[in-house]
Design a protein around this ligand. Structure first.
Ligand SMILES: [Zn+2]
Length: 271
């Protein structure tokens, strides 16, 4: 049983063949694809997909740059225009109704946008942390160039159920955080080509490793579209790095997924 804990199957690159992509994931023995939301349109589409396919697990969130869409211009990609407060209310209601497996993605970004946006980014991040803690859901964190600050906020609020997706910060503080706070790190499918991801796969506590794709981005082969079935290659790489059998690596990651995403759900009969 493989897992992809961070996928964007709502991306336009999947609009023509999402059913085939999901079928390929099932054929490759994936048991869960946590599809992450960014703004209202993707959040709603994810809920639809999760009712259509048992393998699709819904995570709703507000991407840090979408959270400040009204304060930025000239970005090389499009942002949507929506009422952030209304969307937070919507996400909270879905969480309360037991439809979600996680809150995400959410977090802080200092790569695309500047300091003048950090205050508002943190406000929205804090609201999503609160929603997750009220509903006892894990958080899936995006952070770029703001890793230390994101960790500081999560630690300050005593948040335990956390997955850092595609973590690009320094490796040492990540290893320390995994030890100290029990946070998880999901490693993308391009890990063979990235020294930091390789180190994380090799050195993280074995019960804190997860796999993801961030598809359609970060394909193992540059310039191609990524998709959930590519987590298989990451698990194979993990087995190589730790001298485990492939079955051991599959099992470890699966148990980690269950501990973070499934363990709290058994008490909720509505799901
Ligand atoms: Zn993402």
């Amino acid at each position: 049983m493989y897992v992809d804990v961070h996928a964007h199957l709502t991306h336009k690159d999947f609009q023509d063949d999402v059913d085939l992509v999901i079928q390929r994931a099932m054929d490759a023995q994936l048991s869960a694809i946590v599809v992450n939301g960014l703004e209202p349109a993707s959040n709603r589409r994810i809920l639809e997909l999760s009712t259509q396919y048992a393998i699709i697990k819904a995570a709703l969130g507000i991407y840090p740059i979408e959270a400040i869409h009204d304060r930025v211009s000239g970005l090389p990609f499009e942002v949507s225009h929506f009422d952030v407060e209304e969307e937070l209310t919507f996400i909270a209601a879905q969480a309360k109704a037991g439809r979600l497996y996680a809150i995400g993605e959410c977090g802080l970004d200092g790569y695309w946008v500047g300091e003048e946006t950090f205050g508002r980014q943190e406000e929205v991040f804090l609201r999503l942390i609160e929603i997750a803690s009220d509903a006892q859901l894990p958080l899936i964190i995006h952070t770029r160039k703001r890793e230390e600050r994101a960790m500081e906020i999560l630690a300050h609020h005593g948040v335990k159920a956390v997955d850092f997706h595609c973590y690009g910060g320094k490796v040492k503080p990540a290893l320390k955080a995994a030890e100290q706070y029990g946070w998880y790190f999901s490693i993308p499918a391009n890990a063979r080509h990235n020294e930091a991801f390789r180190k994380l796969l090799r050195d993280l506590p074995e019960d804190r490793i997860l796999t993801e794709t961030d598809c359609p981005y970060l394909a193992p082969q540059k310039g191609t579209r990524n998709e959930p079935c590519h987590v298989v290659g990451t698990v194979e790489f993990l087995a190589e790095l730790r001298s485990w059998t492939k079955e051991q690596a599959i099992d470890k990651v699966w148990q980690n997924y269950c501990r973070l995403f499934e363990s709290g759900r058994k008490s909720n009969p509505d799901v």
